[in-house]
Design a protein around this ligand. Structure first.
Ligand SMILES: Cc1cc2nc3c(=O)[nH]c(=O)nc-3n(C[C@H](O)[C@H](O)[C@H](O)COP(=O)(O)OP(=O)(O)OC[C@H]3O[C@@H](n4cnc5c(N)ncnc54)[C@H](O)[C@@H]3O)c2cc1C
Ligand code: FES
Ligand code: FES
Length: 1219
């Protein structure tokens, strides 16, 4: 927006230094929505839309005119409401640097450390790191060495906690971050494209893109906004429905208006992060922004404790609790702060308020950590209703009726230790103990707790042990409406000396109290956590008390107390208590040879820097063409039902909806087809009957994505199930009803040996053991997306994020009933596919094409995460029953497997599963191997390719059987593995036709090498020692081999040399983040350099790989199975060979004339002399090289906390032979 004369009532803010002024806006608009649809800054990506992934992180800067200071915080723009950025400045990754003005060293280092694969998460990561750098520079720490920052390595790694990456793995990302840290050890940084092995630390530092402090380079808060920020606070509420009371009186008047009950629907709002958990689809007449009421953001301290205003952010509360209270109070507040640091991620805590959290806990029964922790210390809350203030204990508040919209949480008061102890009327010599606990799927970063707890006890020594005079036990988040105090257990303990019997009694009472409500997941685990935590809190006291008694010491001396407390705090056997250690490190050894230079060199990934700056264009970043509409799917919620009607309560269509497309809109000559694989097709839309929950019923097309999503959600579908029978929901039902997909015989794997004979040789047998494996969602960061643009003469161009443009091309043409040459499918890059965009992306592209075809307008879609999860399908669940025979030494003589694969409703790629599974399962010599595998057709969404489909499950099954045999025989599992390793002969038998030559069977070598390099045997001994010395923490180590049959598919390629000597390459494969384009570039440079003229050593810079276009290069096939790079490179090599052959005579001629030839001259001459400088090829692997075996092995060391189930991978070592 151009600079205009500002009026105080307008919304004014800056984005990357540019001024924006809006006179009106929809108050439910998020910052992300605004940035992505109304600005050119597309680096802010929408992935989860719930504050849970960090793809949308921006730096939000505020100016305090009184202090003259700028506050900079990373926040998630998907939750931040646009109205709340009034007077703020926003910096996105593009604002840090870009391809035109120069990249920021953060971008360059992310690129050089190979920290960006698909790149969808990278801009958010860069901003999170930038925020950490900016704030570190503000500290008064000593000046760092040149090129580094004031960050510590610990902070650098923590900077990206909460930012999800689904491709790269965090080690290279952490390396990129740590490369900025003042205390970085260059040796610890992994493989990168900056330096070569063996260079000194000084040289390494000098090779890093130079960093001179963020403030020197980027102004996060522009000067012009400083002048305006005092006037911009007050928005014109009449225009915007966004109200910003500036005083408590103004706020009270607004709340009183409510009390008058005038029927307006209004919402108090601060960080709006609550919508990350509770989707708020209501329309409000009024948003009341609490951020300008200064009384609500105060932090007051007195002798009794600390009062935290409701709008104090969790981040600020942590700082206040940590910094302000020293000495006695230190411990309590510090522990509360430590616990708060495990809530969400930094970019959520920076905008989430303490008040918002408590209100959600009270009103919505949110599983809050803050509520539990503050309950244990006896906090109180101040509630304001109209002008009336009421003080309640937190316990009363939580248990009371839900806070209504006329009331406000004003503040919360946390008593300090002194005040608490007085309240306990403790005896002299007593000590207050306080601990908080939390178990969640991940220790840090956006995982809500299974259960949290906080305990406080006043203890002193008596002759017989530790006397607990008073104790408060709070438990929450375990499937309860609000946190509770375990009163019975408290009463049982209080006033007594701790003994084993008392502890047992207390634990029993807690088990009876902490009972998750019906429908809560993992109820038994949650209850056991409650017991474990209490045990962990009290056991050291029971223990030390007993010891004191035994030693015959009497009295409660301070020294003894100190010893006991130290024992309690340091009791490592229970696992980590304080802050979690973040730092990770890794070493990679990659052997490469210069023989094929630059093939195999660890060069920077093609496009990595533009991925980091956010300039890389994903499908949803393509600007909308004029008149573009947006689509959303209405899907079935029944597994089997007739569809009577799809309708809206409001008739006709809701506002902004252009049409609702269904199977009835398939044009004459077209087909209702949504996917296609070699095994069959799937409907685009259900016709009269839906056959699985999540099936596409219709496609709402509306003016904006938001309207389309809302309209799809508001559709009312009437079903009728009469006389339809029951759906098939389990594999057992599928077997009963013989509901299977056929597996073509050429794909069905071969059995080995004679199972009955093998069983007869066995000395031990395990019969009919069962394994059940569940499904898994893809969680690509970029959800399914497409844009269809009608073109002249009944043509259609479809931009789609998918792994198989060729198949989508065919499906779209068949659906629209037009020739294939009318369709063009373009895919430039994919924000993570993992198999989920091979088949499952096709209906998304086809629905857009169908709508665009009917309405003659461009139509696009970006699926919201929920719909994507419901429709995606994912990994195949399965049930395995096995019988295995073996000798006493662990040698397996026979294995039989019955495998029932739940494939869902359509064949998709499922008939390939038996072959994939057995390819991996045969990694051991099972003696005789027989199996019966059924691919079951059920009334579920179709399961599809998902990251090593079948292979992951098969590897798990094989290892589970090996472990089972070892535990049955009570022998070491490694002994069983070693006994069942393939000899080359048995390998040949199991992998007939693809075992290669004996020298190519490198697995035994890898196996031994890995044992050496990982110090496997020594670590086994160390672990045995550790386990003997620790009751509650146990370590384990395991070494596992892998054999992977690689299958190469036919692939096209095209290489063209332009007049200036630059080269453009097309391949059938899709850049999914795996680095396909980089490898293709390397191969092109290598293969063209065979012409042997000057300048070819710079060819790498001259090569550009361009987007896949299904008309320009046909027969592209699938990008899957980890072989596309190999095949595409071979196709390109063939093209280059043709070009070199064509150029060779001219080169010889020029050489004779000129002595030496330079690449650019050669190419210019070739153009002048009409040499055909474009070559295409179709690489078809010959039968002998189509399939071969890859080997690898890995060692993992893990630690399990027996009390909580928490598992930590301590170290992983792997060796992979990629041939
Ligand atoms: C990804 C993610 C992970 C999270 N993980 C955790 C976790 O592990 N543990 C945990 O405890 N919490 C967690 N949270 C919750 C988080 O702490 C809360 O969302 C946040 O504190 C709410 O504050 P807010 O300012 O954003 O509230 P808002 O979203 O602005 O408001 C939330 C609700 O409270 C009302 N409200 C807000 N302030 C007041 C007030 N002063 N008086 C009356 N009503 C008010 C609003 O009207 C709204 O209904 C997580 C949140 C997210 C998004
Ligand atoms: S955190 Fe905003 S999209 Fe995930
Ligand atoms: S690179 Fe991180 S999600 Fe793909």
């Amino acid at each position: 927006m151009d600079q205009t004369e500002s009026t105080a009532s307008n919304l004014i803010f800056a984005v990357n230094g540019a001024r924006f002024e809006l006179s009106s806006f929809d108050p439910s608009t998020t910052l992300l929505e605004f940035l992505r649809t109304r600005t050119r800054f597309k680096s802010v990506k929408l992935s989860c839309g719930e504050g849970g992934c960090g793809a949308c992180v921006v730096l939000l800067s505020k100016y305090d005119p009184t202090l003259g200071q700028v506050e900079d915080h990373a926040v998630s723009s998907c939750l931040t409401l646009l109205g709340s950025v009034n007077g703020c400045s926003i910096t996105t990754s593009e604002g840090l640097g870009n391809s035109k003005d120069g990249f920021h060293p953060i971008h360059q280092r992310f690129a050089g450390f190979h920290a960006s694969q698909c790149g969808f998460c990278t801009p958010g990561m860069c901003v999170s790191l930038f925020s950490a750098l900016v704030n570190a520079e503000k500290t008064n720490r000593p000046e760092p060495p040149l090129g580094l920052s004031k960050l510590t390595t610990w902070e650098a790694e923590k900077a990206i906690a909460g930012n999800l990456c689904r491709c790269t793995g965090y080690r290279p990302i952490a390396d990129a971050c740590k490369s900025f840290a003042a205390n970085v050890d260059m040796e610890d940084l992994g493989i990168n494209s900056f330096w070569r092995k063996g260079e000194t630390d000084e040289v390494k530092l000098s090779r890093l893109p130079f960093y001179s402090g963020p403030k020197n380079q980027i102004c996060t808060y522009p000067e012009f906004l400083k002048g305006e920020c005092q006037t911009v606070m007050h928005l014109d509420s009449k225009q915007n429905s966004w109200h910003c009371p500036r005083t408590i009186e103004e706020l009270q008047s607004m709340l009183e208006l409510h009390m008058a009950g005038n029927g307006t629907r209004s919402k108090l709002v601060f960080g709006n992060t609550g919508t990350g958990y509770y989707k708020d689809e209501q329309d409000y007449d009024k948003y009341i922004d609490l951020r300008h009421v200064s009384q609500l953001s105060l932090i007051r301290r007195d002798h009794a404790g600390i009062e935290i205003g409701a709008t104090v952010t969790i981040s600020k509360a942590i700082l206040a609790l940590k910094e302000e209270f020293k000495g006695e109070s230190d411990m309590l507040f510090h522990k509360i702060a430590d616990h708060m640091e495990k809530i969400a991620s930094g970019f959520v805590r920076n905008s989430a308020s303490v008040g918002g959290n408590l209100v959600m806990a009270q009103r919505n029964y949110f599983p809050s950590d803050i509520a539990t922790v503050l309950l244990a210390v006896g906090s109180t809350v101040n509630i304001m209703t109209g002008r009336r203030h009421e003080k309640l204990s937190l316990e009363e508040f939580l248990a009371g009726p839900p806070l209504d919209s006329r009331s406000l949480l004003f503040s919360v008061h946390i008593p300090c230790m002194g005040a608490i102890q007085n309240g306990f009327s403790a005896e002299t010599g007593s000590r207050l103990l306080f601990e908080t606990y939390r178990a969640a799927p991940r220790p840090l970063g956006n995982a809500l707790p299974f259960l949290n707890a906080a305990f406080m006890a006043d203890v002193s020594f008596s002759k017989t042990g530790v006397l607990v005079s008073k104790i408060q036990l709070a438990f929450g988040a375990y499937g309860t409406k609000h946190p509770i105090r375990a009163r019975k257990a408290e009463e049982c303990i209080a006033g007594n000396v701790l003994t084993v019997a008392l502890l047992y009694e207390a634990v029993t009472l807690v088990r009876e109290t902490v009972i998750p409500e019906d429908g809560t997941s993992r109820p038994a685990y949650r209850s056991s956590l409650a017991v474990s935590f209490l045990f962990r809190f009290l056991w050291p006291l029971v223990d030390s008390g007993a010891q004191i008694f035994k030693d015959g010491l009497d009295g409660c001396t301070d020294a003894l107390m100190e010893r006991t407390l130290a024992l309690k705090n340091d009791n490592n056997d229970f696992g980590r208590i304080g802050n979690l250690e973040f730092l990770s490190s890794a070493k990679q050894l990659v052997e490469s040879s210069r023989e094929y230079n630059p093939v195999g060199e660890p060069i920077t990934k093609s496009g990595a820097a533009i991925q980091a700056s956010g300039e890389a264009v994903f499908v949803d970043d393509i600007p909308s063409p004029t008149d573009c509409l947006h689509g959303a799917f209405i899907y079935s919620t029944k597994p089997l039902a007739r569809i009577k009607d799809v309708n809206y309560k409001s008739d006709p269509l809701p506002d902004g909806v252009a049409d609702v497309i269904s199977f009835r809109d398939i044009p004459g000559g077209g087909e209702n087809i949504g996917t296609k694989s070699i095994f069959g097709t799937e409907l685009l839309f259900a016709d009269d009957c839906t056959t699985y929950a999540g099936q596409r019923l219709a496609f709402v097309v509306a003016e904006t994505q938001k309207r389309a999503d809302v309209a799809a959600g508001a559709a009312v579908v009437s079903y009728d199930t009469e006389s339809l029978g029951s759906p098939i929901l389990t594999v057992e039902e599928a077997v009963e009803r013989s509901s299977f997909f056929e597996v073509p015989s050429f794909l069905y794997p071969t059995q080995v040996g004679d199972f009955s004979k093998g069983m007869a040789e066995a000395e031990h047998k395990i019969l009919s053991a069962e394994i059940k494996l569940g499904s898994q969602y893809y969680f690509y960061m970029e959800t399914q997306t497409a844009l269809a643009v009608p073109d002249e003469d009944n043509c259609m161009v479809v931009y789609s994020s998918l792994q198989s443009p060729e198949n989508a091309h065919t499906v779209i043409a068949r659906c629209l009933g037009i020739p294939e040459h009318n369709i063009r499918v373009i895919t430039r890059r994919v924000g993570g596919g993992f198999g989920g965009k091979a088949i499952r992306a096709i209906p998304v592209a086809t629905a857009c094409a169908l709508a665009a075809h009917k309405l003659r307008r461009p139509v696009r879609i970006y699926l919201n995460r929920k719909t994507d999860m419901i429709m995606a399908g994912g990994r195949h669940p399965m049930k395995i029953t096995y019988s295995v025979g073996f000798k006493s030494n662990g040698k397996i003589t026979a294995l039989h497997l019955d495998i029932l694969i739940n494939a869902g409703i359509s064949a998709d790629i499922s008939p390939i599963m038996p072959r994939n599974m057995l390819g991996t399962l045969k990694k051991y010599d099972w003696g005789a191997l027989s199996f019966d595998i059924k691919v079951c057709k059920t009334n579920h969404s179709s399961k599809s390719a998902m990251r090593a489909p079948g292979e992951v499950q098969a590897s798990f099954i094989a290892e589970a059987i090996i472990e089972h045999v070892a535990s049955t025989l009570s022998i070491d599992v490694d002994v069983v593995r070693n006994h069942n390793f393939h000899s080359f002969d048995s390998l040949n038998l199991f992998y007939e036709g693809c075992a290669g030559e004996p020298t190519e069977y490198t697995l035994p070598f890898i196996w031994d090498k890995l044992a050496m390099s990982s110090s496997f045997d020594q670590r086994i001994q160390m672990i045995k020692c550790f386990n003997t010395g620790n009751s509650w923490r146990k370590k384990g180590i395991s070494r596992v081999p892998i054999v992977h049959p690689v299958q190469i598919r036919a692939t096209p390629g095209k290489v063209s040399i332009l007049k200036d000597g630059s080269v453009v390459v097309e391949v059938g494969g899709i850049e999914l983040g795996q680095g396909l384009w980089t490898k293709v570039k390397q191969m092109t440079a290598f293969a063209l350099s065979a012409i042997q003229c000057h300048g070819t050593d710079e060819l790498l810079e001259k090569v550009r790989v361009i987007q896949a276009d299904s008309l320009s290069l046909i027969q592209g096939g699938f990008t899957a199975g980890s072989t596309t790079s190999e095949a595409s490179c071979e196709a390109v090599r063939l093209c280059c060979n043709i070009l070199v052959e064509r150029l060779a005579p001219l080169k010889r001629k020029l050489q004779e004339q000129m002595g030496s030839v330079v690449w650019d001259i050669l190419i210019l001459q070739a153009h002048l002399q009409a040499v055909n400088l474009s070559a295409s090829s179709y690489f078809v692997p010959d039968f002998t090289s189509m399939e071969y075996l890859n080997y690898g092995a890995a060692v993992s060391e893990v630690e399990v906390n027996l009390l909580t189930g928490e598992t930590t991978v301590l170290q992983a070592d792997l060796i992979y032979d990629c041939g």
